[in-house]
Ligand binder design. Structure first.
Ligand SMILES: CCCCCCCCC/C=C/C(=O)SCCNC(=O)CCNC(=O)[C@H](O)C(C)(C)COP(=O)(O)OP(=O)(O)OC[C@H]1O[C@@H](n2cnc3c(N)ncnc32)[C@H](O)[C@@H]1OP(=O)(O)O
Length: 287
């Protein structure tokens, strides 16, 4: 999309939604648990998760994120920055309540929506970045590492901690991790269920930069997108998708088996017991 087309699209969107005094306008917000704001100058969309207190990824939040990604793609935005409305948690990962003593139909819908959200984010043609303005365990780390670039605020933690919960991260969680980290670092961190501090994450390459504020993190993500200014968007998108095609294709091919494995695993009495104990430990923390 050239600048003239971009401006015309921006004008259309402004007509639809109106501008604000900061010259940032709400482009679209497909759900109640997210907001999407598009910067009129850069054409970059900021997708903010807003399910407080911890952005636990339940079915409804995942649906909203998925729909937002589709809208952002459809509107040919110049980039997508994923961030959080919380000042201390990016996302606590999957909402454990979805997996604990679950309704089976909802459990299926939940996992299928997570699969589809990952396919949409990891494979999106639009450049993606995460402004990680809080803790980012497990599913939160999955979302962040599905993006092409990560900027994190200091003194938070990020990682795939599943083994600490008695859960096995699915193959596509691992593939996403391996797309960012050297294989040996990824294997050790996965088996240990390691949560990296922001500073450690920067050192191993799990995040690309640190920033002192959310605004600075968003600015750095925009600067990352600017590195594509002289590339052809179609060639860029194709290159990204080909680079990630093996991981994407594997889940596409194994979606049904992956769902079956998840249902089987989660419904094991020992896993239910472990999730119950973990939930109690989280709640005890606040008492
Ligand atoms: C073979 C293949 C097979 C497949 C096998 C299956 C694979 C599944 C893969 C799983 C992926 C996951 O993401 S599993 C999810 C893993 N996530 C985690 O372990 C994160 C746990 N949470 C935390 O560490 C912390 O909450 C953290 C995020 C740092 C924020 O700390 P804070 O002090 O700010 O907040 P807290 O007081 O802890 O939390 C506020 C409230 O939110 C709740 N809460 C926090 N995290 C929650 C969560 N993930 N789900 C539900 N509820 C959560 C707490 O219980 C509190 O509830 P009240 O006391 O009622 O207010």
């Amino acid at each position: 999309m050239n600048r003239a087309m971009m401006m015309s699209a921006a004008k259309n969107l402004l007509t639809r939604y109106g501008s604000t005094k900061n010259n940032i306008y709400r482009c679209m917000s497909t759900g109640k648990l997210t907001t999407v704001d598009v910067n009129e100058k850069s054409g970059v969309a900021v997708l903010t998760m807003n399910r407080l207190p911890v952005n636990g990824l339940n079915l409804e939040l995942l649906r909203d994120i998925r729909n937002d990604i589709d809208e952002i793609e459809g509107n040919k935005c110049r980039g997508l920055i994923l961030t959080s409305a919380s000042s201390s948690v990016f996302s606590a990962g999957l909402d454990i309540m979805e997996m604990y003593k679950p309704n089976q139909d909802r459990l299926k819908e939940f996992w299928t929506t997570l699969q589809d959200t990952w396919l949409a984010l990891y494979g999106s043609s639009v450049p993606t970045a995460a402004a990680i303005n809080g803790h980012s365990p497990a599913g939160g780390c999955l979302l962040a590492t599905s993006c092409e670039y990560r900027v994190m605020l200091p003194k938070f933690t990020i990682g795939l901690n599943e083994t600490k919960l008695g859960i096995v991260a699915p193959k596509w969680f691992m593939a996403t991790f391996c797309n960012v980290l050297p294989r040996r670092v990824a294997e050790m961190a996965l088996t240990q269920g390691k949560m990296f501090s922001s500073e450690e994450a920067l050192k191993v390459g799990l995040v690309d930069e640190l920033a002192q504020s959310k605004e600075e993190a968003i600015e750095k993500c925009q600067q990352f997108f600017a590195t594509f200014a002289k590339t052809n968007p179609f060639a860029r998108a194709m290159t990204k998708q080909q680079f990630r095609s093996k991981d994407l294709q594997q889940l596409e091919d194994e979606k049904a088996q992956d769902l079956e494995a998840f249902l089987f695993f989660v419904n094991q009495p020992s896993v239910q017991k472990g999730l119950g104990i973990y939930l109690d430990s989280l709640k005890a923390k606040t008492k």
